[in-house]
Design a protein around this ligand. Structure first.
Ligand code: GDP
Length: 436
C-alpha cells in the first residue's frame, strides 16, 4: 500500500507481536505479526515499513508479506480494501514515483522493460535506463542547448548590445554537436530493437531440406535460453532463443516443428510468407540433391534480404553445385552444415554475429535506445535541429531561430516527461501489470 493513510489502514488489520506506535517505527524496518479480521487470525505475516519520502513512490508505504497461495493473499487484499484502501491501477506505483518526481518518465518506462525482459541483454539495458543513463545524456544535450539559448534571449531582450555575430557562430557549433549526439542515439535504436525484440529469423527451404532438424539443433543447444510465446499472426508460435548472447526470434516454430505429415510440410508458399516478415533468412538446401526449380525460387527470395545460405546434409554425397548458388546469389554467405549431426552450427552463429554487428553492441559503455516512443522523439528533435540550421543559413532574425530551438527542447522534454500530456502518461502506464 502506498499513500498518506496506508498506515491507518494497516493498523486496522495488522497486530504486530511487539506493539509499537507508528510514529516510533522507523522506515526500512520489518515487523512480525498477524493479519486479523476482527478476532480471527488470517495469516502470520511480515510487514515492511517505508516512510515518506524514502520509498518507491516517495509516499508512506507498507508491504505485507504473507504466505503464498491465492486464498490468503486475496483475503488480505479484501481486508485492505474493506478498511479504506483502493485498488491500484496498472503501473500506479511507478506512476506515483514519476508524478512525485522521484524518477523521470524514461526511468518509469524502463521498469516495464526490466519486468518484461526476455534476455539478459534486454534486462541489462533496462536496468541502465532505470539508473538514469539515458536521462543524463538527454539532460546534457539539453544543457548545451540551454547555455546558448540564454545568450539568445539576452540578445533578443537587449538588442542595443551587438551580440548577433557571436551567437550565430555559437548556435551553429552547438547545433552541430547536438545533432551528432542525437544521431548517435537514433542509430543505437537498431541495436536496441535487436536486443528487445530479437532478430526475427525465418528458416526457409523446400520440404525435407532440413528445417525442423536445424530448428531442433538450435533449440536444443545447451546454451540456448528459450522463451515460447504466441506469434503476431494467429496460429503461429514464435520462440525467443538466446545463444551466445545472440537474440533470435524464430518465426513460426510450430509450423516447422510440428509438420510431421509429409503433405503438410512447409513448402515454398509458406516460406515466401515467412520471408516477408523476417529480418534474417536462413535458407536451407539439401546438398545431397541437385538444385531444382523450387530451390531456385527459395534462392530468389533470399536476394533482397539478409540471408545465410546453408547447404545441409554434408554427411551425405554432395550433389549441389556451390558455385552455381554463388553465381545466382553472390551477396550471401554459404555455409556447409549437417543439421542432423550438428556439424557447422557454430559457424552459423558466427555468421549471424557478423551480419548484425552484434560484437559492436557494447552495453557497458553505450547508451542504447530500445523504446520506439523515444526513438520517434529523437528523430523529431533531429528534424528540428536541421530546421534551425536552415533558419541560420537563411539569416533569419534571432527571435525566429529561438522559436525553432525551443521546439528541439520540447522534443527532448517529452522524452524525459517534463513536457508531456496526461494522455501519453496514461498510455505509458497502461502497459504495466497490476501492482507495479
Ligand atoms: P524439413 O521438411 O525441411 O523440416 O526437413 P526435416 O528436418 O524434417 O528433414 C527431412 C529429412 O532429412 C529427415 O529425415 C531428417 O532426418 C533428414 N536430415 C536432416 N538433416 C540431415 C543431415 O544433416 N544429414 C542427413 N543425413 N539427413 C538429414
Amino acid at each position: 500500500m502506498s499513500g498518506e493513510k496506508c498506515f491507518e489502514v494497516l493498523e486496522k488489520i495488522f497486530i504486530p507481536k511487539k506493539k509499537q506506535d507508528i510514529k516510533d517505527i522507523k522506515g526500512y524496518t520489518i515487523k512480525y505479526g498477524n493479519i486479523v479480521e476482527g478476532t480471527e487470525i488470517v495469516d502470520e505475516v511480515l510487514v515492511s515499513y517505508f516512510k515518506a519520502p524514502k520509498s518507491y513512490t516517495t509516499e508512506n508505504m507498507c508491504e505485507i508479506n504473507s504466505h503464498g497461495g491465492n486464498i490468503v493473499v486475496k483475503k488480505i487484499l479484501e481486508l485492505c480494501l474493506k478498511n479504506g484502501a483502493e485498488l491500484a491501477e496498472p503501473g500506479e506505483f511507478t506512476k506515483r514515483a514519476f508524478l512525485n518526481g522521484r524518477i523521470d518518465l524514461l526511468q518509469a518506462e524502463s521498469v516495464i522493460d526490466v519486468i518484461n525482459a526476455k534476455s539478459e541483454r534486454e534486462a541489462k539495458t533496462g536496468i541502465k535506463q532505470l539508473e538514469g543513463f539515458l536521462s543524463r545524456e538527454i539532460a546534457e544535450i539539453k544543457k548545451e542547448i540551454m547555455d546558448v539559448m540564454i545568450g539568445i534571449e539576452v540578445a533578443i531582450d537587449y538588442p542595443e548590445y551587438d551580440v548577433d555575430d557571436v551567437t550565430n557562430k555559437e548556435i551553429s557549433e552547438m547545433l552541430e554537436k547536438v545533432e551528432d549526439k542525437l544521431t548517435k542515439l537514433e542509430k543505437s535504436f537498431d541495436n536496441g530493437k535487436i536486443i528487445k525484440e530479437g532478430i526475427k529469423t525465418a528458416i526457409i527451404g523446400k520440404p525435407n531440406a532440413g528445417k525442423s532438424s536445424l530448428m531442433n539443433a538450435i533449440l536444443k543447444e545447451d546454451r540456448a535460453i528459450v522463451t515460447e510465446y504466441e506469434g503476431t499472426t494467429r496460429d503461429t508460435i514464435e520462440e525467443f532463443v538466446t545463444i551466445n548472447g545472440i537474440p533470435l526470434k524464430l518465426v513460426d516454430t510450430a509450423g516447422i516443428r510440428d509438420a510431421k505429415d509429409e503433405v503438410e510440410k512447409i513448402g515454398i508458399a509458406k516460406s515466401k510468407e515467412m520471408a516477408n516478415s523476417a529480418d534474417l533468412l536462413i535458407a536451407i538446401f539439401d546438398a545431397s540433391k541437385e538444385l531444382d526449380e523450387e530451390d531456385l525460387e527459395i534462392l530468389e527470395l533470399a536476394k533482397n534480404k539478409k540471408t545465410i545460405i546453408l547447404l545441409n546434409k554434408i554427411d551425405l554425397n554432395t550433389k549441389t553445385d556451390e558455385n552455381d548458388i554463388r553465381l545466382r546469389n553472390a551477396s550471401n554467405s554459404i555455409l556447409k552444415i549437417s543439421a542432423l549431426n550438428k556439424i557447422g552450427i557454430e559457424n552459423l552463429y558466427e555468421e549471424i554475429t557478423k551480419l548484425f554487428n552484434l560484437n559492436e553492441i557494447n552495453l557497458d559503455n553505450e547508451i542504447v535506445i530500445t523504446n520506439i516512443r523515444h526513438k520517434n522523439l529523437i528523430s523529431k528533435a533531429i528534424e528540428n535541429v536541421k530546421k534551425t540550421k536552415e533558419t541560420i543559413k537563411n539569416k533569419m532574425p534571432l527571435d525566429i531561430v529561438a522559436i525553432f530551438i525551443k521546439d528541439i527542447l520540447e522534443d527532448l522534454g517529452s522524452i524525459t516527461g517534463e513536457i508531456v500530456t496526461d494522455d501519453i502518461i496514461d498510455e505509458i502506464f497502461a502497459k504495466f501489470c497490476l501492482g507495479k
